[in-house]
Design a protein around this ligand. Sequence first.
Ligand code: FES
Length: 248
Amino acid sequence: MSFKNNTIIETRVLEVRELGGPGKRRWREILVEYPEISFGPGQFVMIRKDCGPTCWAYPYMLQRSTDRGFTVCAVENSSLYEAEAGTPLVVWGANGRAVRPGVDTVVLSQSATLFLAAPFLEAEPRCRQIVLCDPADRNFLESSPSILPVESVEEMARELELARPGAVVAALNVSVLLELAAAWNRPENLPFDVFAATKISCGVGGCKSCYLHSRSIRLGIPVCCSGPYLPYERVDFEMDCRCFHTFE
Ligand code: FES
C-alpha cells in the first residue's frame, strides 16, 4: 500500500480504544493506518467505510499522529463507532485550514464538542481551555488539569476577560457562540476562530454542500477548504442559521 497526502487511500483501522466522555457520552479513539500523513490542528480527513458504492464518506477532525497513522474520535452513532481493528477504510485528506495555537491561546468548547478542541491542546499543551458543562460532566473534565469547567455562558465570558488571551479558538454550538458573543466584551482585533459545523460531503471544494454566504465573496465560503475553523467576522450567522449542526 502506498501513502501520499491528498490522494484517495485504501487503508484500515489499526486500533480502537475506549475514551469515555463527559456525562453519558461514549467516545472511541480510532487509529487509522496512514504513516505519511501530515496535518495541523483544525484540519480534518474524509473517511468512508470500504463497503461499496452506497457508503457515504464523513468528515473526522484529525486528533493526533503516531508513527503508524492518525487518530480520530468516533462519537456514538458516527459511521466509525462500530469499527474494529482491520476494518477497511477509504480516506482522503488532510483537508481544511490548520489554526496554530500559541501559548496564549484560549480554546473554548462544550462537553459535547470537547473532542473538536482536543487537537489544539495536542499541538500546544500550554494553551488554556474553558469548557461549558453540566454539573454531571465535572468529574470527567476535572481529570484534565488544563480544563477550566464553567456552568454558564456569562461565566465563560468573565473567565475570558480575566484570561486576556492572545487568540481564541471556539468549538461551540452556534446558539452558545451567539450568546457568548453578546456577553463577552471582546477586544477589537483579537483573533477569534470559530468552528463552522456545516454539512461536509466531499471535503475538497467540489460539491458546494458546505458553502456559507459571504458579504465579500460572491460564490460564498467553502468551509471544507477555508475552514472548518473560520474567523468569527467572516460568518453571517443570521443568514446561515439553518446550516449548522448541533452537537449533543
Ligand atoms: S464539502 Fe463539498 S465543497 Fe465543501
